[in-house]
Design a protein around this ligand. Structure first.
Ligand code: GDP
Ligand code: MG
Length: 698
């Protein structure tokens, strides 16, 4: 038994119910942990059974442990390096074949495995019967039947896993032949690995032999790094053996081994699964006849999405007004309580107005993520990806990219941060990076207040149409960007895409609420950290250095405020940019100041415009008066407004997005490229819009 608290890890395919099991075992008292060197979030929590407590880890969902995607690398590295005491493999009983493939790989790893045979209810509803005792006998490991979303079976599962962990259950190797040729080669390799004790403290020799016979590049480079002669010897030996198997089987060893795993799984399934003799068409298939129909499908999809987001805006408008009311109340309370001076100015204009503008949108974010979770949990999101696949492929993207695009603001509203994280499902690094670089062009929630402001000021007669147009434009740019990247610096073939259409499912309220809360929390955290900080910094940049007294004495009111602003660092920077932006795009120095602020978060463009244009007035965040002000302002017209909309749509993603691009690509190079690339695109498009518009305007 381990001295420390035993560790139980949950592994399984995406959507097999891992998180539901995790919540059932731990009572949903989870938090997100970040393991060093792993960018993928891994959840951990505690489970109690009798007098014992174990740490429970929810690993990212994976189909295999052959590291193709970051999720798979994270799961595999965790299992290899952290050596959990027990692995609970959550298996979707309604999709047995695909799930058991992962079982074979988990059982090779050298950790004790217990199977949670989950979604028994769905399997039985489809008249699939599984002999779980038979499965346990064949594999030699415990199998517990569960219905995770109802908590059924979780006590038994925990008890068994806990006692395995406490007693230090030993690893049961899988009894699986990879074919005569491979087995012979494996025996030789394994013997040599045992003799030299290569990596013996890390991984079982059998596992290492298998990876080497597959010529797995991660494993090879790991051994190369050891710089040991025994290691190099074994590498040579494995290359020869792999070559020998290749000549004998006329196929790469990796393929040979995978085939045998599939064969093994097929054999197991044949013995333990029985099917109702009624060959009925399942409900899901019948629904799909309509929802994925080439003609009807897109119409239904457009209607569903449009209705959904329309509804989101509708039900969140009252709570948003409430939040805004709260912040303007806070604004005036603070204004009246605090003595006049820099502190008051910083707290009211910097902190309260800056953060308030962003937190005000929380209801919208919550409802939107709630509805997006419904799309995901019911299985409809997979159908959307299926329908979009063909269009996306034309632009050099993988069908799975649709989710990042939609999450980033495909219908307006959304956020590129979770959007970029959703790109983890893409295995091909080039497709993944092209997606990551293109989704910031979508209309995220932070751009909405900017659009709303400028539309109200200059296009009030056609509000709905204008917003619809902006959505189309952002899709166009995002897809064109992907096309361009994929045919230049990220050139490559589109990977084949076998889309999985999971059966439709009624989502559970608990899972919807958890998903909604996780994402809302991310947004709130951003408001409380990055945006609060940036607002105060912007305030300082617009305040310091202060105007010398002798210059200030002759001025009053607005004039004084203007002079102060233009004397500040932000004012000077704005003036420096004005000489470029004014002739090209029509932006004056005040707009430039706001755009600089928008780098912290695009919401700040609005609050900074407000500050800049009404310095000296108390109410700096009243956007209706700001839009009137803009409409009357000299130098502003619909063409400038449109150019500004284009610029904010495309330019430099906010700091949080840059940070997540860096984190997900693990490279500052791509983060830097994103800044230059997006801002370049924005400048070109805004200049074209302004110049062409002015031709017609005059
Ligand atoms: P994960 O991706 O593996 O973490 O899967 P989740 O725990 O998020 O589950 C995916 C969906 O399946 C959720 O909507 C769950 O409520 C649902 N679910 C999980 N287990 C079961 C089960 O045993 N039966 C049914 N009917 N639904 C389940
Ligand atoms: Mg999960």
């Amino acid at each position: 038994m381990n001295q420390a608290m035993p560790v139980i890890a949950l592994a399984g395919n995406p959507n097999s119910g891992k998180t539901s099991i995790f919540n059932a075992l731990t009572g949903a008292k989870q938090h997100v942990a970040n393991y060093p060197g792993i960018t993928v979030e891994i959840k951990e929590g505690k489970a109690h059974s009798g007098e014992f407590t174990a740490e429970v880890i929810d690993l990212p969902g994976t189909y295999s442990l052959t590291p193709y995607s970051p999720d798979e690398v994270a799961a595999r590295d965790y299992l290899l390096e952290q050596h959990p005491d027990v692995v609970i493999h959550v298996v979707d009983a309604s999709n047995l074949e695909r799930n058991l493939y992962l079982t074979t790989q988990l059982m090779e790893l050298g950790v004790p495995v217990i199977i949670a045979l989950n979604m028994i209810d769905i399997a039985e509803a489809r008249e699939i019967w599984i002999d779980s005792d038979g499965l346990s006998q064949i594999l030699g490991i415990p199998v517990v039947r569960t219905i995770a979303n109802r908590g059924t079976g979780s006590d038994e599962l925990l008890q068994k896993a806990m006692s395995m962990a406490i007693e230090g259950a030993s690893w049961v190797p899988i009894d699986l032949s990879y074919g005569q040729a491979s087995d012979d080669a494996l025996r030789i390799l394994e013997k040599r690995i045992r003799e030299t004790e290569l990596l013996s403290d890390m991984v079982p020799p059998g596992w290492l032999a298998l990876r080497l016979l597959e010529q797995d590049s991660h494993t090879i480079s790991r051994i190369e790094k050891l710089n040991s002669s025994a290691g190099d010897d074994i590498l040579d030996m494995s290359a020869d053996l792999a070559d020998k198997v290749f000549r004998e089987m006329n196929d790469e060893t990796e393929g040979v081994i995978a085939d045998h795993r599939y064969g093994f799984v097929a054999g197991v399934v044949k013995r333990i699964k029985s099917h109702s003799s009624l060959n009925r068409v399942y409900l899901s298939d019948r629904i799909d006849k309509f929802l994925t129909n080439p003609l009807l499908g897109p119409v239904v999809m457009a209607a569903v999405l449009f209705g959904l987001f329309q509804f989101t805006f509708f039900i969140s408008s009252a709570p948003i007004a409430l939040m805004e009311g709260f912040f303007s109340w806070l604004h005036s309370i603070a204004w009246n309580l605090l003595p006049e001076g820099l502190i008051r100015s910083m707290i009211v204009s910097g902190a309260i107005d800056g953060v308030g503008g962003v937190v005000g949108f929380v209801p919208l974010i919550m409802f939107m993520f709630f509805f997006i979770s419904i799309l995901e949990d019911t299985g409809y999101m997979a159908r959307i990806a299926f329908l979009m696949d063909r269009i996306f492929r034309k632009f050099g993207l993988h069908g799975n990219s649709i989710v990042p695009f939609i999450v980033s603001g495909g219908i307006s509203g959304g956020c590129a941060v979770p959007g970029i994280m959703a790109a983890r499902t893409l295995r091909d690094p080039k497709e993944r990076i092209a997606t990551i670089l293109s989704v910031p062009f979508m209309n995220c929630g932070a751009k909405l207040p900017i659009y709303a402001l400028l539309i109200a000021a200059f296009f009030s007669a056609r509000e709905g149409l204008m917003l619809f147009l902006l959505i189309l434009i952002s899709w166009t740019f995002a897809l064109l960007s992907a096309r361009m990247l994929r045919s230049t610096i990220l050139r490559g073939d589109s990977t084949s895409f076998v889309l999985e259409l999971p059966p439709y499912r009624l989502p559970s309220m608990k899972s919807l609420l958890i998903h909604m809360w996780e994402r809302t929390w991310l947004y709130l955290r951003k408001a409380g950290t990055v945006i609060l900080f940036a607002s105060v910094v912007m305030w300082a940049l617009m305040t310091f250095p202060t105007l010398p007294a002798d210059q200030a004495s002759s001025l009053t009111g607005n004039e004084l405020a203007q002079a102060r602003l233009s004397y500040s660092i932000a004012g000077r920077a704005g003036r420096a940019f004005e000489s470029i932006t004014k002739p090209l795009m029509g932006f004056d120095w005040k707009t430039d100041v706001a755009l600089i602020g928008g780098f912290a978060a695009k919401e700040i463009v609005v609050s900074t415009l407000g500050t800049v244009y009404s310095m000296g007035e108390i109410d700096v965040d009243d956007s209706s008066s700001l839009s009137e002000r803009l409409a009357d302002e000299e130098g502003w017209n619909p063409v400038t407004a449109f150019a500004l909309i284009m610029f904010t749509m495309l330019y430099i993603p906010c700091i949080a997005t840059i940070a997540v691009i860096k984190r997900e690509t693990r490279s500052w190079k791509w983060a830097g490229f994103a800044i230059v690339y997006t801002t370049g695109a924005a400048a070109v498009v805004a200049t074209a819009a302004y110049q062409i518009g002015m031709l017609f305007n005059s």
